[in-house]
Design a protein around this ligand. Structure first.
Ligand code: 26W
Length: 824
């Protein structure tokens, strides 16, 4: 009977307006007479949220009834960006909203701009998780994301006098996209002791007692699929003091302050995202975050499974859990603990279930990024988990020993416990031992992990346990949303938007690569996107750039291995070259705008120095009248997802120039090419597969290969080495204070000149600048350039995250889509 009372989602402009007015006047308790853009954003979001919730409920019911296998994606980061634009496009009612908001006196772009990015991630790994959620929903897979509801996301970057300054990102003031679930709360235990005893049957029982309890409360975020009613759930956990823990004893004794302090201490767990994306610092609070989130998520997953009343042996047939890097690896231990300590299973039976359930994705080979936790810290915070890890390790090492008798070296190398001072738990090894599949994120990277950091494990478990799933990006956000005009032009030729669900359909664009009218439209859209970015540059930096210049863009986290320093050294080289040229020579040059953006980890001094150098070079070059439009150098403040949506469609060339073998995949390389830009890059990460797909003639590759890196480094340390001559001149200019006090930059120069040049800047510099000259040359032939960009877009179908998710589903998770009936 209740069915006839169910809310009906709006479909028309009038109904949408009614919903907006209703939300302004009741939910927000404001009058339409003083409805500003903030209120209009809030009301429009609430209208779409209501619509999503109806489908979200149906999707969850459908999944419960179908009772098929689900996948749970555990990620400490979800770099979602803005939700409103995405919701409107995925639901397919952006035009309705545009007209409706227009009637009410608003421009939809201004309303979209009101939203604060959900920036619960650092960079590549977090944004990948967000693209995966979009694909999982769009393909109707029964899937949940689990993460932490940070009160502060990644810091906001401000540039003050050329230096990075970090400002807290307080984003939760108003967030219409989350649903607090105060009824879904889990008590999470920390510290305490373990006690063992024999029960009546003589079986050893272990209990974990004492310590402190923190409460995890669920906040749910609906994830709409594109062109499907399927709406999945992202569940984020927030920490609070458990009600029993608020110390009333203290309170009654008048010690109000310290009882509030306890409360705050609990809330600290989910307070802030750690801003490091490549350095493991071993902080206790980070381990607390990891266990808090993992324990709450597993409690939820196990509870859902237990409702089905199935035997434990069926757990891996119902549940797949993917570990996004090693951050959630404690889940392996927590599930084993639940099964043996709380559910009474035997060790072997439990372990068999655990390993069938988990898969582990590795995202980096940088040694400083591989997580290790000190054993004493672990012992104190999670005593029962440490003892289970020791048992896992013992069983594992025994099996290794049986197959490799007497190889003590091997045992030491693969032990989950590193025999250092203090001893350390190696989380990647624990993740490998606890999972049935381990994957890298691009072909080269997956090969490298098998031959370097995880080599011994390939010998132990056999090669089939290790696999590759090359990363992908969602074309909904990264083409349709970020570049609506390009998406519309493509749709006009391909007969609709079907390519957004099957990106290989882009192939048919290739036949327009020489079509004059099409090329004109294509080039016009690129130009308009550059005008839009030029405006953004003007308002944020005050610098005027010429939209007809070549836009050369490098936006990503600042890191020595990504080599923004090589880019800025190249810019200085260009500046010196221009200065030395006569008027006639200058006429032949293509004007260029070098654009940088990205955050440096707050404690990463060298990265901050790179930011400072870029800004200092910009201050000199941009004010040099003699150079004018020939060269501009821009640092864009606070690079994030919503800014990327403006930046990516505006590139002519983008830079993906990591030292070969260091960038696991990269995903912005895919975004730039999909938006009609070419790339300059090294033979690293997914650049290699991009080249294979689009053709070597459409990409500017340069530099040493990963197989030669080790020898080159060795030569730096033990051989005689000449600095590249052009680079030496760049260093002279810096040392001569051309860009301000040279002392500020001595560490950067010194790293190359005196400290081994670990990232091979000097080795690659010559081929870098000569390849940049080839870019200039190619850009002069605009007709050919445009054809190259069309052909490249046509061949990018492989890099959709839909392909990627289908590969995970088939080869790792063994799950099937659950397609809503309305989809036929
Ligand atoms: C423990 C500190 C820490 C935090 C995060 C270390 C490492 C990370 C991440 C693994 C860093 C990361 O984002 N890696 C990136 O993952 C992307 C998605 O697979 C890849 O495309 C990038 O190449 C890789 O750098």
């Amino acid at each position: 009977a209740w069915k006839r009372f169910q809310a009906k989602p709006f479909e028309t402009k009038d109904d949408f307006e009614k919903e907006v007015v209703r939300h302004v006047e009741t939910t927000l308790a404001r009058s339409m007479f003083n409805c500003d853009e903030t209120a209009a954003y809030a009301a429009a979001s609430l209208a779409f949220r209501d619509r999503l919730i109806t489908e979200w409920n149906k999707t969850q019911q459908r999944q419960t009834f179908a009772d098929t296998k689900r996948v749970y994606y555990l990620s400490l980061e979800f770099l979602m960006g803005r939700a409103l634009d995405n919701a409107m496009l995925n639901v397919g009612l952006k035009d309705v909203a545009k007209d409706g908001l227009g009637d009410l006196g608003f421009r939809i772009e201004d309303i979209i701009e009101q939203e604060h990015d959900a920036a619960l991630g650092n960079g590549g790994l977090g944004r990948l998780a967000a693209c995966f959620l979009d694909s999982l929903a769009s393909l109707s897979y029964p899937a949940w994301g689990y993460g932490l509801r940070y009160r502060y996301g990644i810091f906001k970057q401000e540039i003050v006098d050329g230096y990075q300054v970090e400002v807290p990102d307080y984003w939760l003031d108003f967030n219409p996209w989350e649903f607090p679930r105060h009824d879904i709360a889990v008590d999470i235990q920390f510290y305490g002791n373990i006690r063992k005893y024999q029960d009546d049957t003589g079986k050893t029982v272990v209990v974990w007692e004492g310590g402190e309890i923190v409460k995890a409360t669920a906040y749910d975020v609906p994830i709409p699929g594109f062109d499907t009613p399927a709406t999945n759930n992202l569940r984020l956990w927030s920490s609070k003091a458990a009600s029993g823990e608020f110390d009333f004893q203290k309170f009654n004794n008048g010690d109000y302050e310290s009882s509030v302090a306890d409360q705050q201490r609990a809330e600290t767990i989910s307070a802030v995202l750690y801003p490091n994306d490549s350095l493991d610092r071993g902080k206790e609070l980070r381990l607390k975050q990891q266990y808090f989130w993992v324990a709450a998520s597993l409690y939820d997953i196990v509870r859902r499974f237990k409702k089905t009343k199935r035997a434990w042996g069926e757990f891996p047939d119902q549940v797949a859990i993917q570990l996004n890097d090693t951050h959630p690896t404690l889940a392996v231990v927590e599930l084993q603990r639940i099964l043996i300590d709380l559910e009474g299973l035997e060790w072997d039976e439990a372990w068999n279930i655990v390993t069938k359930t988990f898969g582990y994705t590795n995202h980096t080979v940088l040694p400083e990024a591989l997580e290790k936790w000190s054993v004493p810290l672990f012992q104190n915070l999670l005593p029962r988990h440490l003892s289970i890890i020791y048992d896992i390790n013992q069983t594992f090492l025994q099996s290794v020993e049986r197959k490799n008798p007497g190889d003590r070296d091997l045992l030491q190398r693969v032990s989950i416990i590193e025999e250092s001072q203090p001893k350390m738990v190696r989380m990647a090894y624990l993740a490998i031992v606890g999972s049935h599949k381990v994957n890298g994120v691009a072909e080269l990277h997956s090969d490298l992990i098998k031959t370097t950091i995880f080599k011994d494990f390939v010998n132990i478990f056999g090669p089939d346990k290790f696999t590759n799933v090359t990363n992908g990006i969602t074309p909904r956000r990264w083409l349709h949303q970020a570049n609506p005009r390009l998406s519309a032009l493509i749709a006009s030729k391909l007969g609709g938007l079907a390519f957004l669900k099957d990106l290989t359909l882009l192939n048919d664009l290739e036949k327009f690569a020489d079509d004059k009218d099409f090329k004109k439209d294509w080039a016009e859209i690129k130009h308009a996107n550059k005008v839009r970015l030029a405006k953004h540059i003007k308002t944020t930096t005050g610098v005027t750039v010429n939209p007809s210049a070549l836009f050369d863009i490098q936006v990503k986290r600042i890191h020595e291995y990504k080599r923004q320093q090589m880019n800025i050294f190249g810019v200085i080289h260009r500046y010196l070259t221009i200065k030395a040229m006569g008027a006639e020579e200058r006429k032949k040059l293509a004007p260029r705008v070098s654009i940088f953006g990205g955050k440096a980890a707050p404690g990463y001094w060298m990265a901050k120095t790179i930011v400072h150098l870029v800004n200092s070079v910009g201050a000199v070059v941009n004010n040099d009248k003699d150079v004018g439009d020939l060269l501009k150098v821009i640092f864009l403040e606070d690079y994030n997802v919503s800014k990327a949506e403006i930046i990516v469609p505006a590139s002519d060339i983008s830079e993906h120039i990591s030292t070969a073998g260091t960038e696991a995949s990269g995903t912005s390389n895919m975004k730039f090419v999909l938006n009609g830009g070419l790339i300059i890059g090294t033979c690293d990460g997914a650049n290699i597969e991009i080249t294979r797909e689009i053709g070597a003639e459409n990409i500017f590759l340069f530099g040493n290969l990963s197989e030669d890196v080790e020898d080159l480094r060795h030569a730096h340390t033990y051989g005689n080495r000449d600095m590249d001559a052009d680079l030496a001149k760049v260093f002279e200019a810096i040392k001569g204070n051309m860009f301000g006090d040279a002392n500020s930059f001595s560490a950067l120069v010194g790293a190359v000149e005196n400290h081994g040049d670990y990232y091979l800047v000097s080795d690659d510099f010559h081929s870098y600048i000569t390849t940049q000259d080839m870019v200039d040359e190619a850009y002069r032939d605009q007709d050919e350039w445009v054809s190259k960009t069309i052909i490249s877009v046509a061949r990018m179908g492989f890099f959709t995250s839909d392909r990627c998710i289908n590969e995970y589903a088939e080869s790792i998770w063994n799950i099937e889509p659950l397609v809503p009936e309305t989809e036929g």
